[in-house]
Write a protein that binds this ligand. Structure first.
Ligand code: GLU
Length: 456
């Protein structure tokens, strides 16, 4: 059975790039009808926090990336790692190293002076430098010859000569296992078949494969997916970019739109731009993931979001709008104005949920007209026109066609252009001049409400 995992380090929120990795890992498992595991890599005690774990899990939940097992915590598996390290020591595949930092610095300087690539020279391999009172680190005895080869499901064949690889420290002097070692044991114990992760980990892979081989176990398949960069090609940064998934929620992005956008950033299915998560799972294939880094484009994301807002049913959007109204203390329970009609009118105009809420809100809680608008558009003449218009619509049957016709006739009868009615009318009805088509606005508000607002 296919088993994939997402293995975030809880040192902050869920990063947008990590969300993309999680999505690919999740989708691959779902497509293969396998399992998707969540593993929290919290061995860096200085930087890992409980809040980060919570915020990562919340973000996964918001995105709808459900997992079949976990969250597993590395800090709860320490005994297992220690036992595995002991096995390597017993088998002569790892050794204790007593070298001090100073000693290693001198060694490196000497190697550099000789034009060599700095690499641990194994002086402790035979225990000859054992020092009393010094707690040793434990190093993995990397093979000296041959090479590590794997067929990356995204990047293709990769081969690294073992000469290039150092004897990795797998346990610190206080006995705690190091990151690369924990990952290997976890992937092994959790029977991971496909390691799908960011290509910033590609350098770890040969080391991890060598450790797996030291245990004589088969290795999983690897897929290293490209980084997501800013649109100028630089790394995204917390200071200048929205890098946390939940920031996108706050911006009014729908989770399905964010996932659609992230999927499309480094993968494609013909010309398909807009798709559901179900469609993505059906189409997704690791071989289709691009090798080159992706560039984040906020405008494109908003466009994708606008398409998903249009696809969403009015009922679903109404639930979101009502929740937002509650927070803003906007009362709609006793209103005659039908929220579903309002949403239907507004939704083609917006590219995020916050704007949808704001535009819907003006139907229920008109904005205060600014002095500037008042002077410019609500002149005595304009007010007189509005009063006449109120009289006209009080006579008609209330259908959208009749409202549209009444507007047309009214302008013709009074020899005015559409904006001469539209501008003051919009202001009176909503408090602002940028509203959806005003005949729809009039229709949805209803005859009594329109007349009342004109006369207010
Ligand atoms: N914990 C690593 C990270 O957050 C992921 C390691 C892996 O997927 O193997 O980048």
């Amino acid at each position: 059975m296919t088993i994939t995992r997402f293995a975030p380090s809880p040192t902050g929120f869920l990063h947008i790039g990590s969300a993309r990795t999680a999505l690919f890992s999740w989708a691959y498992a779902r497509k293969q009808q396998g399992k998707f595991i969540l593993r929290i890599e919290d061995t860096d005690l200085m930087r890992s926090t409980e809040e980060s774990v919570t915020s990562i899990i919340d973000a996964m939940h918001w995105l709808g990336l459900d997992y079949d097992a976990g969250p597993f915590y590395q800090t709860q598996r320490m005994e297992r790692y220690k036992e595995a390290i002991q096995k390597l020591l017993d088998d002569g595949k790892a050794y204790r190293c007593y070298c001090s930092k100073e000693e290693l610095d001198v060694m490196r300087e000497q190697q550099k002076a000789q034009g060599l690539k700095p690499k641990y020279d194994r002086r402790c391999l035979h225990g000859s430098t054992k020092k009393d009172g010094v707690s040793p680190v434990i190093r993995f005895k990397n093979p000296e010859t041959g090479s590590v080869l794997w067929d990356d499901l995204v990047k293709g064949k990769i081969e690294i000569n073992n000469m290039e690889l150092d004897d990795l420290i797998i346990a610190r002097s206080d006995g705690t296992p190091t990151y690369n070692f924990c990952v290997v044991i976890d992937d092994l114990d959790m029977k991971i078949t496909h390691v799908i992760r960011g290509d910033d980990h590609v350098n770890n892979t040969p080391r991890q494969i060598n450790i797996l081989q030291a245990f004589n176990v088969p290795m999983p398949l690897y897929a290293h997916v490209p980084m997501i960069l800013r649109d100028d090609g630089h790394k995204m940064s917390k200071r200048t970019d929205a890098v946390s998934v939940m920031q996108y929620k706050e911006m009014g992005i729908l989770p399905e739109a964010l996932l659609n956008y992230l999927a499309r950033l480094c993968w494609g299915h013909g010309d398909e731009e807009i798709f559901s998560l179900e469609q993505f799972v059906e189409w997704f294939d690791l071989h289709g993931v691009s090798v080159s880094p992706a560039r984040f484009d906020m405008k494109k994301l908003l466009w994708v979001n606008a398409q998903h807002i249009k696809i969403k049913s009015n009922d679903q959007l109404a639930v979101m709008v009502k929740d937002a109204f509650k927070l803003k203390n906007i009362e709609i329970e006793y209103s005659q104005i039908d929220l579903i009609k309002v949403i239907d009118l507004v939704k083609p105009r917006v590219d995020n949920i916050n704007n949808l809420v704001t535009e819907c809100a003006i139907f229920y809680q008109p904005d205060i007209v600014t002095e500037e608008d008042k002077e410019k558009h609500l002149t005595i003449d304009a007010l007189a026109i509005l009063k006449k218009f109120a009289a006209k619509i009080s006579q008609i049957e209330w259908t959208i066609e009749a409202v549209k016709l009444a507007v047309k006739e009214f302008c013709a009868e009074n020899q005015i252009k559409m904006p001469q009615l539209g501008m003051p009318l919009r202001l009176k009805l909503c408090g602002e001049t940028h509203t959806p088509s005003f005949d729809m606005l009039v229709f949805i508000l209803g005859c009594d409400e329109v007349i009342q607002r004109i006369n207010s």
